[in-house]
Design a protein around this ligand. Structure first.
Ligand code: XMP
Length: 507
């Protein structure tokens, strides 16, 4: 039989639903997220996963499914959290409502090490996030795992209906991926997920939605907007890519971005606005005010050059999507504030003129897509760079002289990281200006110059971060070169602050 069945994930509103889809893809199978309304008309699912959700099954109007239809699909079903409670009710058991939430780690003890728990260790950590619990079990229901207190946390009905109270999709469930893999092993004829096929699907969707219209997108040189622009170009639609140079970029970054796009065959229009930005920032020292000025001006400059766009494309990723996972991306999308004028965007969104082809993807999947579009490794693995640029690394006033110091120090530090093979091992690294002059000795003279702080962090997602334990030689080489080559600096510091309580950027 041709393998073309996919894994249907039914959204009951959990904040983790999209993560389930992503994990299934990680395991190599095609998965699609469905809103509850689509449940009755799924096309050839090979397995069904009912997600968790914030509601209580006992609430009036709680999300529900047609059980007969579920059985008719005739495929393995996994209920997670709310999904498990719902299955238990459908099979004739009961669920006890509770106001008390169990949130955090628990221990998983499988009753036997086969089926759903094949290869899963005893006492494996799993992550809980629920209030209600199953109470009476339906006839014929088997408890297949318990927690540390002996409470059932996984149930099985017949051969192909499974329930788990914990969230296998989050990394805090240490062997969650194995549980999902075991579940998918029960299914037959599942289609493989290949980024190449996914790319072709995205290209077809873009062509269909755009037709003859012209699409405008903003590019910054960052990974998301670069992948977006190359994807649009690959689709063959009519497009314009706009690059606003606000003068707060890294050393020679504007030229580098232009050169990269030239090599990739994407025409970009540069809007040179450095003077305007630096003019408006003159004398401003409050960090929030600086961000506000840059954000507003960016929007103005960008939209002035957009003119009357038919459609706008944005590199929104799934983590930017604020509401719980849903097929309705117009409802769910957060607006990336640097690139948009909020009212204009909302208007375009309401008219269906905002294209967000990357909205189902996580960062590492965007990188993979980028590689499959032929984008070079170094571009795809570039460190994140904040929208307001070097201004957030320059406490106090932003001036041309201060920017030059940051740019030079940053270029030296990043160069050292690259030459020691550490660039790809850290999430982000940069130099910030410490706007304090201290005394030093240069030659026979006393100097009175600024300090710079080098920062390199490791992180999974920028929500938390730790300082990178760089080899001393990198710090020594960077410091020596900075002190010798960058006028205006006589002291180099290394930032050993974790986030929290510090943030990654200085402002
Ligand atoms: P913080 O400093 O909040 O940074 O720990 C977390 C991550 O976000 C980036 N960052 C920004 N990115 N616009 C952006 O596009 C911003 O205003 C902004 N501020 C911080 C930062 O570089 C880090 O990766």
């Amino acid at each position: 039989m041709e393998e073309r069945r996919y894994v249907a994930v039914i959204d009951f509103g959990s904040q983790y639903t999209q993560l389930i889809v992503r994990r299934v893809r990680e395991l190599g199978f095609l998965a699609k997220l469905h809103a509850l309304e689509d449940f009755d008309s799924l096309e050839e699912p090979g397995a069904i996963i009912l997600s968790g959700g914030p509601r209580s099954t006992s609430e009036e109007g709680a999300p529900d499914i047609d059980f007969r239809r579920l059985q008719e699909y005739g495929v393995p079903v996994l209920g997670i959290c709310y999904g498990m409670q719902l299955l238990n009710i459908k099979f004739g058991g009961t669920v006890e409502a509770s106001d008390r939430r169990e949130y955090g780690p628990a221990t998983l003890n499988p009753e036997c090490r086969e089926g759903l728990f094949e290869g899963v260790s005893k006492d494996s950590q799993v992550w809980m996030s629920h209030s209600d619990t199953v109470n009476e079990l339906a006839d014929g229901c088997r408890v297949i795992a318990r927690n540390q207190d002996g409470t059932p946390v996984s149930l099985q009905w017949g051969d192909s209906f499974f329930g788990i109270q914990f969230h296998p999709e989050v990394t805090h469930s240490h062997e969650g991926l194995q549980v999902l893999r075991n579940f998918l092993d029960q299914a037959k004829g599942l289609q493989q997920f290949r980024i190449e096929d996914f790319k072709q699907e995205l290209l077809a969707q873009i062509r269909e939605r755009v037709g003859e219209k012209q699409v405008v997108c903003g590019v910054s040189g960052g990974v998301d907007s670069t992948v977006l622009a190359v994807l649009l170009k690959e689709s063959g639609i009519r497009m314009r890519a706009i690059f606003v140079d606000h003068g707060l970029l890294r050393k020679a970054e504007g030229d580098e971005v232009r050169e990269n796009f030239r090599r990739m065959g994407v025409d970009i229009e540069t809007v040179e606005a450095s003077e305007r930005f630096l003019g408006e920032l003159a004398g401003v020292t409050d960090p929030e005010r600086k961000r506000e000025i840059i954000g507003n001006l960016f929007i103005e400059v960008f939209w002035d050059s957009v003119g009357d766009a038919d459609m706008l494309a944005q590199g929104t990723l799934y983590p930017d999507v604020i509401e719980s996972a849903s097929n309705d991306k117009t409802k769910a999308s957060k607006i990336k504030t640097h690139h948009n004028r909020v009212d204009r965007i909302l208007e375009l969104q309401a008219e269906g003129k905002v294209l967000e082809p990357l909205a189902e993807l996580f960062k590492d999947e965007v990188r993979e897509l980028g590689l499959s579009l032929g984008i070079e490794h170094d571009i795809v693995h570039r460190h994140p760079f904040p929208g307001p640029g070097l201004a957030v690394r320059c406490p106090g006033e932003v001036t041309v002289d201060r920017l030059r110091i940051i740019q030079e120090c940053d270029a030296i530090f990043i160069g050292c990281l690259r030459s020691y093979g550490w660039y790809d091992r850290v999430w982000q690294a940069y130099a910030a200006l410490v706007p304090v002059r201290t005394v030093g000795v240069k030659g026979d003279e006393r100097s009175y110059e600024f300090a710079v702080s080098l920062r390199a962090v490791v992180s999974e997602d920028a929500m938390t971060a730790d300082w990178a334990e760089l080899p001393c030689e990198i710090l020594r080489d960077s410091s020596n070169r900075i002190l010798n080559e960058v006028p205006g600096v006589n002291r180099v510091l290394y930032d050993v602050s974790t986030k929290p309580p510090a943030s990654i950027e200085w402002e």
